[in-house]
Design a protein around this ligand. Structure first.
Ligand code: NI
Length: 176
């Protein structure tokens, strides 16, 4: 397995709309394994293929407390949604930024597993939030897109500043 590079806002590749997975082979299994490892090592609870610059409709997540129940959703579709909830969300592609986003409370999702078999699930709470957040990535949307243009610009500036500090630190130190 390998850790993959995660694209960060405002990288334009994050706005790509992913296409359906049609081939279920060893390469897909490897991608899922790599994405799962990447998600755990970055301490995320979800990761969409878009974020690792693979523009296919699949996502991994683990909303369990022990972080030992990885799940994969391939070609996910939301069949129904109801209710409303707001969570403070973050994103591995927008590091250090958190904002409250309104999502459906209950959803019914249909997706395909790594075995190529279709399944349906009714989800609520954090699991539902996570799927909706990751599915947004697959259509090129980030949670900061729900913010006002003014706030989104503040996020952009904050990230630029963070990166400048990080690269200055790298210059000042011997980074091997
Ligand atoms: Ni995200």
């Amino acid at each position: 397995m390998a850790k993959l590079n995660i694209l960060e806002f405002p990288d334009p590749r994050l706005t790509t709309v992913a296409s359906a997975v049609v081939v279920f082979d060893e390469a897909l299994k490897l991608l899922v394994a790599d994405m799962t490892e990447t998600m755990y090592s970055a301490h995320g609870i979800g990761l969409a293929a878009t974020q690792v610059n693979v523009h296919k409709r699949l996502l991994v997540l683990d909303v369990s407390e022990e972080q030992n129940q990885p799940r994969v959703y391939i070609n996910p579709d939301i069949l129904s949604r109801s209710g409303e909830q707001s969570h403070e969300e973050g994103c591995l592609s927008v590091p250090g930024i958190y904002a409250s986003v309104k999502r459906a409370e209950n959803i019914t999702v249909r997706a395909v597993g790594i075995d190529g078999i279709s399944f349906e699930e009714q989800l609520e709470g954090l699991h539902a939030v996570c799927i909706q957040h990751e599915m947004d990535h697959l259509i090129g949307r980030l949670f900061v897109d729900y913010l006002s243009p003014l706030k989104r610009n503040m996020v952009r500036k904050k990230l630029e500043k963070q990166r400048k500090v990080a690269s200055q630190e790298a210059e000042d130190h011997l980074v091997i």
